[in-house]
Write a new protein. Structure first.
Length: 146
């Protein structure tokens, strides 16, 4: 219990920082995304795993991905080290305030998405480009249920 409280306190301190890259396990990811909602999900896995198990509505990582980091940028990688490397590049290149590399990659993210689709949760969540802009949203996250 004490370790969990210390970890949550450290996560809260990291969340309050100006900018930062965080490697979060399942619990830390949930807490961070509650504090600062995601603007986009970046799929930094290799082409083969990306094709075999695609992430719906994720931006595929490339040399110049088209992202506008208006919230927390979530990075899913083949390994924790690869996700952290991409997260650091995103923070530096786009001056992102919060970049979250998901510890455990695709499997952890899949568990979080499945848990978020409990009864009472919306089936679709739209992330607007700007709260004052109208038109096409930056990203739309949909559940697999219909």
């Amino acid at each position: 219990m004490r370790r969990r409280l210390i970890a949550l306190a450290a996560l809260a301190a990291a969340t309050c920082a100006e900018a930062g890259v965080t490697l979060g396990d399942k619990e830390q990811t949930v807490e961070l995304l509650k504090a600062t909602p995601p603007c986009c999900v970046v799929d930094a896995r290799a082409a083969a795993p990306r094709k075999l198990r695609p992430l719906a509505d994720a931006v595929a990582w490339s040399d110049r991905p088209l992202i506008v980091p208006t919230g927390t940028v979530v990075v899913i990688g083949d390994s924790d080290q690869a996700a952290l490397a991409v997260a650091r590049r995103i923070e530096k290149r786009y001056k992102a305030k919060h970049v979250l590399a998901v510890k455990g990659g695709f499997d952890t993210w899949r568990e979080l998405v499945a848990a978020a689709q409990e009864p009472g949760m919306p089936a679709t969540f739209v992330i607007p480009r700007n709260t004052c802009e109208q038109g096409v949203p930056l990203q739309t996250l949909r559940s697999n249920r219909r």
